[in-house]
Design a protein around this ligand. Structure first.
Ligand code: FMN
Length: 311
């Protein structure tokens, strides 16, 4: 089973990916959070920092494009080729209204004609391998029926399917039945993504869709950093876990120092990570509250390394 790290905006940027792969484990593939391009221009040029070679020395991610027109994809492809990438992913899953209202992310799923036109243009010219990360639809899982013939016609590298609809955002049930049904109708390799928090969640996917040979995990890794090793049946002693986790956090702090100038931004970012990461600790609720109270990096280090030592 291939295991991929999901892109999570503000969480699994190069700081997380490099710290994780250096100290805890190496995924079969990682992805940058989306890089939005509109009318041929980068919406936030700083998002491109995430794909620079200097930031991705341990493992090169697959850069992710958020956009809906060929001109923007071309601009994105240029920067990917300049940085020696060979594969990219197209985001058709982002559920945030600021994105979907512009017919981007999950907003594209109810517009098969836009997708078809985008693919016609980019597959005619692109030098890159191209995959898609999508949901079942924006408003209704039935929207996927119209997408299957489009996906099947183009030479996609793979399709990563998160079986929710855009309207659900990240809440509510994952639609396993629709995943099973549609994954059989897609001719490209399909990767399952959504709500994998433990080994039994992986076993469930294997039992309902035995043909699936790749899964992608996001929040589950932030909550349980050793889930990757557990799925791969790698033995790690409790003592080793403490050492690895300590080194991971040291590396996160070092990398944050390279990116952020003041403690406030730095701490805001780490606080978001801990909103998931604390789940993996016995007294996680208390630790998260303490992290939120930190005003300086010294205080943060005190809270975090005490929590790890007491694991
Ligand atoms: C805070 C947050 C940010 C996300 N950012 C992205 C993103 O940049 N690109 C993307 O394709 N999906 C993004 N996602 C969706 C995840 O990649 C993934 O599809 C989703 O969280 C379900 O997988 P999980 O249950 O394993 O986390 C984001 C999800 C969350 C919660």
């Amino acid at each position: 089973m291939q295991i991929y790290l999901a892109p999570l905006q503000g969480l699994t940027d190069w700081i997380f990916r490099e710290s994780y792969s250096e100290n805890i484990g190496k995924f079969d593939k990682t992805f940058t959070p989306f890089i939005r391009v509109q009318n041929g221009e980068f919406y936030r040029p700083s998002q491109c920092n995430d794909l620079l070679a200097e930031h991705n020395q341990v493992q090169k991610p697959v850069p992710q494009f958020l956009g809906n027109d060929a001109e923007s994809f071309k601009r994105f492809e240029e920067i990917c080729l300049e940085n020696n990438y060979t594969e990219v992913n197209i985001n058709m899953g982002c559920p945030y209204p600021m994105v979907t209202s512009k017919n981007m992310g999950a907003g594209l799923l109810s517009h098969p004609r836009i997708i078809s036109e985008l693919f016609e243009n980019i597959f005619a010219e692109s030098k890159l391998k191209i995959s898609v990360k999508c949901r079942l639809g924006m408003e209704d899982p039935g929207e996927f029926e119209a997408l299957i013939p489009i996906f099947n016609v183009f030479p996609l590298e793979e399709i990563i399917l998160h079986p929710r609809i855009g309207k659900q955002q990240y809440k509510g049930e994952v639609n396993y039945e629709a995943f099973v049904e549609y994954s059989h109708q897609l001719k490209h390799p399909v990767c399952y993504n959504g709500d994998i928090l433990n080994v039994s969640d992986v076993e469930k996917i294997i039992s309902i869709a035995p043909q699936i040979d790749r899964i992608m995990i996001g929040r589950g890794i932030l909550e349980h950093p050793f889930l990757l090793a557990k799925i791969r049946k790698e033995e790690i002693s409790e003592k080793e876990k403490v050492t690895k986790l300590r080194n991971f956090h040291l590396s996160i702090i070092e990398n944050c120092k390279k990116k952020y100038s003041g403690d406030a931004h730095f701490l805001k970012r780490l606080e978001e990570m801990w909103s998931y990461h604390a789940e993996g600790f016995e007294n996680g609720h208390k630790i998260y509250k303490q992290v939120k109270k930190c005003k300086t990096l010294d205080q943060y280090e005190g809270v975090v390394f005490k929590a790890i030592n007491e694991m």
